[in-house]
Design a protein around this ligand. Structure first.
Ligand code: ADP
Ligand code: MG
Length: 429
């Protein structure tokens, strides 16, 4: 398929301008598939993994559908969690930054309902929210869905996993049948197919194959480490790679709790999220992580689904995931927006077979490194710093900095000494 550009779609100049300003150069594969169909008014089932740009794939068609002159709700976007509702609201806010008088309202539990009702009374074009709170508003009569033109189900599989099926159906039944319905999901189990059959009209099935894994921005490395060595290995890697924001995956809720406890006792800012925690607790942890107040977030696969935190420097597979697709989902959380990310996988004993399977699935090799000894750590660190130096020289405009160094040279130091001193300072950082 030839590479499309956003100019190839029938979208308003306001949105094109916003897309340009945000810095999206070209549509992602799911956007390239979904935009023409959704803009033409078709129902769609879009399947693509996390981090592939699904929000804009439905967000742009939603924005195009809005008639600003009418202030009643015309679009409703249903998301599994408050965190995701806010992320979607933010992205839509950016995409609509040149559309004036557009009102987007996220509604979710935990926020005072009175305030939401007041905003709803003033009028909102697009409502984004979790199923529970949406139902709450419908039952109170504070949310009128009779003017809805388009409904989006985001992360539909997760919503069903969380037991929102009845709520979703109830919401859909409150909207006019002539509506357009866009469904997005990382996986399409039978339950999703049944839901689609019941509530969509000839949906176009769009699927993006899982090949982004070749993304060069993610450096994938594995270590053979038995359970009792994992914690030590983890702390060495944090040190060597100088990491400040990382996501660690464990296979079970209990392992998340234990690891958080162990990390805290070693003085790290660590916190965990998993499915046994209340939504409000999870939100609290996520917010701290997002703001960098927690440097290590330990999670299970399900709890971390769909979460997009842009500056994650590394993902650790503390356990090899049980499902090949999980591996892809997990490591896709780093290396965002053109930055380099690391994906470290700890392999204990027989897990090596699972790892072989993963490599076959992603059609690429994962490099093996030996657990660095304390002595080796220093050498590796210097090597990494020198790599960074090379990259800066190749990329940046250094004029000002060169001037500063020159003043040192003029006062009698030689450039090698200056460079060595800077390297020493960096290592001691
Ligand atoms: P998903 O919902 O599929 O997990 P998101 O919609 O959250 O993915 O997008 C992931 C990240 O990619 C976001 O930071 C988003 O701003 C960015 N993004 C989306 N579309 C593009 C694009 N066309 N080019 C570059 N970055 C994009
Ligand atoms: Mg999403």
């Amino acid at each position: 398929m030839e590479q499309l550009s956003f100019d190839d779609f029938e979208i308003s100049k306001e949105i094109k301008k916003a897309v340009q300003e945000i810095g999206f150069e070209e549509p992602t594969p799911i956007q390239a598939l979904a935009l023409p169909e959704a803009l033409a008014g078709h129902d769609i089932i879009g399947q693509a993994q996390t981090g592939t740009g699904k929000t804009a794939a439905f967000g742009i068609p939603v924005l195009e559908k809005i008639f600003i002159g009418d202030k009643s709700p015309q679009a409703i976007i249903i998301c599994p969690t408050r965190e995701l509702s806010l992320q979607v609201a933010e992205e839509l806010g950016r995409l609509s930054s040149f559309m004036s008088k557009l009102h987007i309202l996220p509604v979710y539990g935990g926020q005072p309902i009175g305030r939401q009702i007041r905003v709803l009374n003033k009028g909102a074009h697009i409502i984004i929210g979790t199923p529970g709170r949406l139902i709450d508003h419908i039952e109170r009569g504070t949310l009128d869905l009779s003017g809805i033109e388009i409904v989006v189900l985001d992360e539909a599989d997760e919503m069903l996993d969380m037991g929102f099926r009845d709520d979703i159906e109830k919401i859909l039944r409150e909207t006019p049948t002539k509506r357009q319905t866009l469904l997005f999901s990382a996986t399409i189990p039978k339950t999703i197919e049944r839901l689609a059959k019941k509530y969509q009209k000839n949906p176009k099935k769009l699927r993006v194959a899982q090949n982004i894994i070749t993304a060069p921005e993610i450096e994938q490395i594995y270590y053979e480490a038995r359970e009792h060595l994992k914690l030590e290995l983890f702390t060495r890697l944090m040190d060597i790679y100088d990491l400040n924001l990382v996501l660690v995956f464990c296979n079970t809720k209990r392992r998340v709790d234990y690891l958080v406890r162990d990390l805290k006792s070693r003085g790290y800012d660590a916190d965990g999220i998993h499915g046994d925690m209340r939504q409000s607790q999870r939100d609290k942890v996520m917010n701290k992580f997002r703001q960098g107040k927690v440097e290590i977030l330990v999670a299970t696969d399900v709890a971390a689904r769909g979460i997009d935190v842009p500056d994650v420097e590394a993902v650790f597979n503390y356990d090899v995931p049980n499902d090949n697709e999980y591996y892809v989902h997990r490591i896709g959380r780093t290396g965002r927006a053109g930055k380099t990310g690391y994906a470290f996988t700890f392999v204990a004993g027989k897990e090596i077979y699972k790892l072989r399977d993963i490599q076959k699935y992603i059609k690429s090799k994962i490099k093996q490194n030996k657990i660095p000894t304390v002595k080796e750590m220093k050498t590796i660190k210097s090597g990494l710093i020198l790599d960074r130096v090379k990259k800066v020289i190749e990329k940046n405009n250094l004029d000002k900095d060169i001037n500063a160094v020159e003043t040192l040279i003029e006062s009698g130091y030689n450039s090698i000494d200056v460079a060595a001193a800077l390297l020493k300072m960096l290592k001691e950082e």
